[in-house]
Design a protein around this ligand. Structure first.
Ligand SMILES: [Zn+2]
Length: 272
């Protein structure tokens, strides 16, 4: 599943490809991906163009040259591919934007969980899904973050996966953040100290930025356009079951937290 860094890398690649290209056709082959009516998307998108792309957490926000934005969430398996309009359609390509140079941007999603929504530029920031997002580690205030977790009984890992608590982290980066912070993922959120909360923010910011610099993490199915990130070479615990902890040489173990495969060093990340 693409997390903040992977979506940031997709954003940067798309900016180089699709901005200021006139959209001459729009088609959709699985209408559940569009939140709203196909005809509304068609009417707003065709003869329009994207002027900029922003990212909030795992959402891409495509600004149009009208009072609209197209918000895209890749969810589990969504990807964008750039192809020529004559290239054969793959069965997993559900949404296609055709540009005036006859290049096409194709939204590919094997599980069809991704969603696109059109909203007004001057409203979207105050409407779900974007209004439900917390800030990313770079911008979040310690007190805001600490206040959100201090009354919660659920495991800290579940809190960190919750985009309304802190945005941009998914399964991989939460594991890495908690390892660097020496916190057990099953620790009750309310037992996290203010100092530990500060460590989480600092380490999450460090990891997200490092990953963006390396093009994100390529694990299993994730690849967007034609990028292959290199952050998987830097992972300390995630996917490292049975390997040595880089700090204490204990074996990394895999457990399940919040329904997700979770990698920890039980020696470095003791539960209180
Ligand atoms: Zn260790």
């Amino acid at each position: 599943m693409p997390e903040g860094p992977e979506v940031e890398v997709v954003k940067r690649q798309l900016e180089a490809i699709v901005l200021n290209r006139k959209i001459i056709d729009f088609s959709c082959f699985h209408e559940k991906i569009l939140v709203g009516k196909f005809q509304d998307f068609f009417n707003i998108l065709v003869n329009n163009h994207f002027t900029q792309i922003k990212r909030y957490g795992k959402f891409l926000v495509f600004y149009l040259n009208s009072n609209h934005v197209l918000i895209s969430h890749l969810r589990m398996e969504g990807k964008y591919h750039l192809k020529n309009s004559l290239d054969e359609k793959n069965k997993h390509e559900h949404v296609i934007f055709t540009f005036d140079n006859l290049e096409t941007l194709r939204y590919h999603d094997t599980r069809k969980f991704g969603r696109m929504i059109l909203q007004k530029k001057d409203e979207y920031f105050n409407l779900p899904p974007i209004s439900n997002l917390a800030k990313e580690p770079e911008k979040i205030l310690l007190d805001d973050f600490y206040n959100k977790i201090k009354n919660r009984k659920r495991p800290i890992k579940a809190s960190l996966l919750d985009q309304s608590v802190i945005a941009g982290l998914g399964n991989i980066y939460v594991d890495e953040t908690l390892f660097l912070s020496k916190i057990h993922p099953l620790e009750e959120s309310s037992l996290i100290s203010r100092k530990q909360a500060a460590d989480i923010i600092k380490n999450a910011d460090y990891i997200l930025k490092k990953s963006i610099g390396l093009g994100g993490t390529t694990i299993k199915s994730f690849s967007a356009t034609n990028i292959h990130g290199k952050f998987q070479n830097e992972l300390l615990v995630h996917t490292k079951k049975g390997m040595k902890c880089p700090v204490c040489s204990n074996k990394i173990v895999k457990i399940v937290v919040a329904g997700r495969g979770t990698y920890i060093c039980e020696n470095c990340q003791e539960k209180t």
